[in-house]
Design a protein. Structure first.
Length: 68
């Protein structure tokens, strides 16, 4: 059985994961990155480039998953 979620939900999962890491470490680097990743009222990340980078990462991961 294969689990699937939307690209946006996967992004949210990554955000939650990184937020948990921040809470454990108090890393200033993670804090800054999470600020850029946070969602605006329109449901998109505060930094548009972050979303573009995320989509590119999904594309690469999709390509790699076919190899394994």
């Amino acid at each position: 059985m294969e689990d699937t979620i939307s690209i946006k939900d996967a992004y949210k999962a990554m955000y939650i994961y990184l937020k948990g890491l921040y809470e454990m470490t108090g890393s200033d680097d993670l804090a800054g990155f999470l600020g850029s990743m946070s969602f605006l009222e329109d449901g998109m990340p505060a930094d548009e480039a972050i979303w573009g980078d995320w989509l590119e990462s999904v594309k690469v991961a999709s390509t790699l998953s076919s190899l394994y």
